[in-house]
Design a protein around this ligand. Structure first.
Ligand SMILES: [Zn+2]
Length: 278
């Protein structure tokens, strides 16, 4: 897209956001953590080398990922979350994200207004799903972190297991596939569907950010439906590749062919261009 076109679409989004009574945000694949900055954490790098030479330590990788996610608090994606926060912080919003990395929690969004239906690294579950109990991982993650920072090695650790069936514990997210315990996000999902029901007769701005087609039933299709049935909706689809808008939404849909993080980071928030959104 040309620079002038980007500026015009940024202006249009600001206008629609300022008019909107409710803002529905979907965050997808373009925001997934890519672990690109792993090289900045030497102790994690050497831990991964240890795993490479000893495949029985493969189980520690998700815990090392959690260590990375806990320590890594900068970069293009975090900046984009901060920009999004500035855009919607005074609004009645709800965010649905398919990301499991929890990076969205590094910005001041109201956690009561976020649902993560694909789970995260915030809790552990039985990998065999013998029950629905979720366990906080902090005590164990602390041991992993201590092992790698003290240099005692990962093989000093014991793999955490389910207290009911002795199967290994796994992080409560979709990487558990058919054994994923969905109880972790259900109460937020109920809040979200209830919130969405009350948006029908309100001025709605739907903002779909970097959402691809890997899980279209969570964001893409329901968001299209929400925009279609709401007569006062505007619909923004921002995506580098999958930016096309369906025919049914062509009157209210704005397609932006750009990486959603770059689009958000393009706002000059320091100069107060977002003033007046409250
Ligand atoms: Zn179990």
């Amino acid at each position: 897209m040309e620079k002038a076109e980007i500026t015009e679409k940024q202006r249009l989004l600001l206008e629609k956001l300022s008019q909107a009574q409710v803002v529905l945000v979907g965050i997808g694949e373009e925001f997934n953590e890519g672990f690109e900055d792993i090289g900045k954490f030497p102790e994690l790098m050497s831990a991964l080398e240890e795993v490479d030479t000893n495949p029985t330590l493969e189980w520690t990788v998700p815990f090392l990922e959690k260590c990375y996610l806990t320590q890594h608090n900068e970069g293009r994606i975090i900046d984009a979350y901060a920009a999004l926060y500035e855009l919607i912080k005074h609004k009645d919003y709800f965010i649905v994200t398919t990301c499991i990395d929890g990076n969205i929690g590094k910005v001041d969004f109201d956690k009561e207004r976020i649902v993560e239906p694909c789970g995260s690294y915030a809790a552990l579950q039985c990998s065999k799903k013998c029950n629905d109990t979720l366990v906080l991982p902090e005590a164990f993650s602390g041991l992993v972190y201590q092992a790698i920072s003290d240099g005692v090695g990962l093989d000093s650790l014991e793999r955490p297991v389910c207290r009911f069936c002795d199967a290994p514990l796994a992080f409560n997210n979709i990487l558990c596939e058919k054994n994923y315990v969905e109880a972790g996000y259900k109460s937020q999902w109920e809040k979200y569907t209830d919130w969405l029901q009350h948006t029908l007769h309100k001025e709605l701005c739907v903002l779909e950010l970097g959402v691809g087609m890997s899980l279209p039933g969570i964001i893409r299709w329901p968001f299209e439906k929400a925009a279609f049935y709401n007569k006062r909706a505007s619909f923004f689809r921002i995506n580098e590749q999958l930016y096309h808008i369906t025919k049914e939404l062509e009157n209210k849909g704005i397609s932006i062919a750009m990486h959603a993080a770059d689009f958000l980071n393009g706002y000059d928030l320091q100069k107060g261009k977002t003033e007046g959104l409250s």
